[in-house]
Design a protein around this ligand. Structure first.
Ligand SMILES: O=c1[nH]cnc2c1ncn2[C@@H]1O[C@H](CO)[C@@H](O)[C@H]1O
Length: 359
């Protein structure tokens, strides 16, 4: 008999890295097609290599990308394929709307300095990467009926890419790209460099939506900077906001959206490995505005059902709270207003709620 799911209803996912959500089978397949040598012999060994087994650090977590990104980066077919398969996987998890994020530069091999993953210079630019991902998401959306949009990531340690990122957000805003993000290792580098600030200023000026990874493993000051300097409309993770009570209270009042990722937060060492002590419990009790997300299912060897399961089993989540969480996610998504309202309506219908009582 199939295992009972913690929340078997339509869901919205706002924080998931496209390059952290690739199928292991696809990595192996692409490597073989490209005649590249894999470090291990089987899919299962590759899964082991790409994923963390025990709670660790964000730095260690991010180092897992080194094992598989070289096989995908620079390959047009692979990039389109991972986007398409991503939508299929989300549809199977009952996600009806998803925002997938990635760094176009980390998948390119031309017009990017330095060229990532020790690739030789090729002819795939960050611009074309965005185009390919858009095609894959779009075709996936048509095939699997899950709406998919994307968020382009600036990387904390690569400030010189950030102005390209905002220009790509502007160029593709009518073709699937809904926002800008700032990702990467907060522990190694917590400061927002002038180039990141400039990119976010341009985002504000040109009406591009903004989210920022902050307070994941870093202190609340990073969250404060995200809100005050980068004008973030949502916070990626944000667990450590609760370490500064005044800031936490203020963001609760402002209805700031926190994109939380329970399983990820344990494995990156962002939070106490004991889920019963997780800041998400505080968010729930305070009726904060937050969503539940996977972050990087490949690196976590996990899926969205498991995040919901953890919330139910260890954090006291009920069906009603899961519904509230998803309606908040829909209300905080980066779709245009009309599409956002339709999404909220779709959830209310699926949850059997009358619209005006729909929180
Ligand atoms: O949990 C996280 N915190 C910060 N950065 C992350 C996390 N997961 C992935 N990435 C980084 O974001 C890039 C673009 O998708 C990934 O390549 C990875 O370096």
């Amino acid at each position: 008999m199939a295992e009972e799911l913690a929340f078997n209803k339509p869901k919205v996912e706002l924080h998931v890295h496209l390059d952290g959500a690739i199928r292991v089978e696809t990595i192996v397949d692409v490597a073989e097609r490209r005649g590249m040598t894999l470090p291990v012999a089987t899919v299962e060994e590759m899964r082991d290599l790409c994923s963390l087994k025990n709670p660790s650090t964000l730095t260690e977590f991010l180092s897992k990308f080194n094992h598989y990104m070289p096989f995908i980066a620079g390959d047009r077919e692979a990039i389109k394929r991972i986007a398409y398969e991503f939508v299929e996987d989300k549809a199977k998890e009952g996600v009806i709307y998803v925002e997938a994020r990635y760094s176009p530069h980390l998948l390119a091999n031309r017009d990017v300095e330095p060229i990532p993953w020790e690739q030789k210079e090729g002819d795939l630019t960050p611009d074309e990467v965005v185009n390919l991902v858009n095609q894959g998401l779009n075709e996936g959306e048509k095939a699997f009926k899950t709406k998919a949009r994307s968020i382009l990531c600036c990387m904390r340690h690569m400030p010189k890419w950030s102005m390209d990122v905002i220009e790509l957000c502007k160029k593709y805003r009518n073709d699937g790209v809904v926002a800008i993000d700032l990702a990467g290792d907060e522990l190694m580098d917590t400061k927002a460099y002038p180039e990141h600030k400039q990119a976010y200023e341009e985002a504000v000026k040109s009406g591009v939506h903004r989210t920022v990874h902050a307070g994941e493993v870093g202190p609340p000051s990073v969250v404060k900077e995200a809100v005050e300097v980068l004008k973030a409309e949502r916070i990626g993770h944000g667990y450590h906001t609760t370490d500064d009570q005044a800031l936490y209270r203020r963001l609760l009042e402002e209805n700031m959206h926190f994109e939380t990722c329970p399983i990820s937060s344990r494995m990156t060492g962002a939070c106490d490995p004991d889920f019963t002590k997780h800041p998400l419990i505080r968010f729930r009790e305070d009726k904060a505005n937050y969503s539940l997300n996977t972050d990087d299912p490949l690196v976590l060897n996990s899926n969205l059902h498991k995040d919901y399961e953890v919330a139910k089993k260890f954090m006291g989540f009920t069906e009603e709270e899961f519904q509230r969480v998803n309606i908040n996610a829909a209300k905080s998504c980066f779709l245009p207003e009309k599409e956002k309202r339709e999404l909220v309506h779709q959830l209310c219908e699926a949850y059997g709620m009358v619209e005006h009582t729909c929180f």
